[in-house]
Design a protein around this ligand. Sequence first.
Ligand code: 5GP
Ligand code: MN
Length: 337
Amino acid sequence: MKKKNENLKETAMQTNEQEFRQIEQFLTERDDFLVVSHVQPDGDAVSSTLAVGWLLSCLGKNYMMVNEGPIPRRMSYLWHSEQIVDLSETPLQSKYKNVICVDCADFKRVGKSHLIFTDDAQIVNIDHHPTNDAYGAINLIVSNAAATVEILFDLIQFMNKPLDHDVATALYTGLLTDTGGFRYSSTSPKVMAIASRLLEYGVDGPGLSEKLLEQMTLPQLRLLTKALNGLQISEDGKISWVTVDDEDMRLTGAIHEDLEGIVNYPRNIQGVEVGLLFKVINENAVKVSLRSAGKVDVARVAQSFGGGGHIRAAGARIEGTLDEIVLRVLEQVKAQL
Ligand code: 5GP
Ligand code: MN
């Protein structure tokens, strides 16, 4: 009899076998790749970028990994994370035809990285967001995967590349962060089976949880305190939200990655169905993060504002002033309740 986790692996691969084959062919037959992920990358985005880079290095290929902006400082332990070029700091002159986009639900999410795609670029789109609009020439979209790294784990298996500690740490990081520490409903038996395999490669599970989910910088804690001081809740107690603007960032000395996790606090209040974080980007744009306790499909709400995501976690960048956007988003959420 086969071991149970082998069965789990095979089921996932069978459903997307054609895409796995196409991607294997794309990677082995071509050379000079660009690997990109979404703006303001999270653990899954960074780890997926690195896992694709690792796979390409196994194949002896030339590749460049880029992001529109910086990689979160707390992820600097990841293998080759310093090689991900921050385009806001280091603009690149060359353009790439062979592009692999990971964890990006739509083309807009790659941000300014698209400026180094050739006009005739061939895009491989590997993602787990159900709102993904299949913008690639090859689309490997597995919406029941907890993280894009879960799909990449399968791809690495499919291509028969033996894992090592470096890539195992990256894959584990993506799983850990996208499942909120193996707690969200996306934490399937398969996720746990993969995590178990990765731990066998010596991944420091508790150390990564401490670093990524527990530890806070002082500016981060000050920002959280400030945001929570302004927490609001709807009369029926079902929607709660916090806002963060430039002044909050300046006064606390916080940086963008310090916003991570704040939205969980309004969401975690008993009785709250939807928690929201409104982050002012500039005078006329706000990023909203939406989290659902399960009843409301926040991906739908985000999509109605041009964003996307998952049923329980979604986001959008919306044009307008903070006050105006808070009202519009609350109205949409109320309509879904
Ligand atoms: P967060 O609120 O933590 O930035 O993102 C929550 C989820 O929504 C993530 O899966 C993220 O990829 C997705 N998401 C966030 N912002 C956007 C956006 O502007 N467009 C799309 N399509 N997805 C987003
Ligand atoms: Mn993800």
